[in-house]
Design a binder for this molecule. Structure first.
Ligand code: COI
Length: 372
């Protein structure tokens, strides 16, 4: 075998097929003035196709639009699908950056393995982000905490009803200008403790970012809204005792003696990139990061004793959002010392992350990756 044939294949080249009728400047400006979350999409999408025989190919950046999907496509029946959530940030000098794309690429590959989907090499994952954001750079908002939310995803597109891993898979990245995830900004959220539903069990898909996990959380989320809550806090499936996550966000507690506690990863909790980043920056902020199992009862008693002063949730979309209270069995209980405003540590963690992401602070860990 020659040395050449041992080399990794060249990254996919996402050839641009420009939109024939892109959004007008005026219409785009109207969207960017008030983007909301996940409501508007840019003019293009990145797309590549994998087949069992040929591997990855057909890479392009094409006009955003509906996909042709066979009604028997495996994803529509067996939910063989994974996704990522990322953001492109506009810096003051006009350049556009994303945060730790290697971490998202690695998690995407782990999710792919769990869902028996093909892994997309890191270089191809990053090339797809660069190609899409280069095509739709004008859609990256400026100012405040706005960003261009990037949604890479992969699904089984083979037309076949047998239950086995699909031999044809589509990978896409779509982009959506975004304001705050919670419309009322970072005010403390109220959580419904789900005693009826769990999100994931040992050996299941809890650590994978797959659509099925989110589908399974929706009924609980609907109950949360009906109870006047913003989100659900899921407990472990075996004992209904240990705090796992909110279904789309990881959880942190701040203690009076300066510890930053988060549930340890047990295989049923999503390995959040924001979670990992907060654990890394904690020491810079004079906090001691601690990953451990957290029983809901202990959380409540640590609030009552004054040991837990603040609680917050984190994720790419929500960044860092204070947790104010729980609804559990009809009663409302405080989740932190202060239930109506964000605590000082929560604010500081949020600001520290955002300052790196928006290029306002030195990127000491090399987390930022320039897209444009
Ligand atoms: C994210 O934080 O990016 C997520 O993927 C969570 C949610 C929007 C599904």
């Amino acid at each position: 075998m020659s040395a050449d044939s041992l080399q990794a294949p060249a990254p996919l080249s996402f050839e641009r097929q420009p939109h024939p009728a892109p959004t007008s400047d005026a219409d785009r400006a109207a969207v960017l003035a008030s983007p909301g979350f996940g409501k508007h999409f840019t003019d293009h999408m990145a797309h590549a196709v994998w087949t069992a025989d040929g591997g990855w190919g057909q890479a392009r950046v094409e006009p955003y639009g509906p996909l042709q999907l066979d009604p028997s496509a495996a994803v529509l029946h067996y939910a063989q699908e994974i996704f990522e959530g990322m953001k492109a940030y506009r810096w003051a000098d006009g350049s556009v950056w994303t945060f730790r794309p290697q971490a998202n690429a690695a998690r995407f590959a782990r999710s792919a393995r769990r869902l028996a989907l093909p892994e997309l090499p890191e270089a191809d994952f990053i090339a797809s982000l660069e190609a899409l954001v280069a095509a739709d750079e004008a859609w990256v908002p400026t100012g405040g905490e706005t960003s261009l939310y990037l949604r890479p995803f992969m699904f089984a597109s083979e037309a076949f009803l047998g239950v086995r891993p699909a031999a044809k898979v589509d990978y896409l990245v779509i982009a959506s200008p975004a304001g705050a995830y919670f419309t009322s900004g970072p005010r403390p959220v109220k959580l419904l403790v789900s005693r009826t539903y769990t999100r994931a069990a040992a050996g299941g898909t809890g650590a994978a970012k797959c659509g099925g996990n989110y589908a399974a959380s929706l009924l609980a989320q609907q109950e949360a809204y009906a109870a006047g809550c913003d989100q659900v806090v899921f407990l472990d499936a075996a004992e209904q005792r240990w705090v796992e996550e909110l279904g789309g966000m990881n959880v942190f507690l701040v203690t009076a003696d300066g510890r930053l506690l988060t549930p340890e990863l047990t295989g049923s909790i999503l390995e959040g990139v924001t979670r990992d980043s907060i654990l890394e920056i904690a020491r810079d902020m004079g906090l001691e990061p601690v990953e451990q199992r957290i029983a809901l009862d202990d959380w409540l008693s640590m609030v009552a004793s004054g040991e837990v002063t603040e609680a917050f949730a984190c994720g790419t979309a929500a960044v860092v959002t204070p947790i104010g209270s729980f609804v559990d069995g009809g009663g409302t209980k405080p989740a932190a010392a202060e239930t109506e405003v964000a605590g000082k540590v929560t604010e500081a963690v949020r600001a520290t992350l955002l300052d790196v992401q928006y290029g306002r602070a030195e990127d000491r860990r090399g987390w930022m990756h320039r897209l444009v």
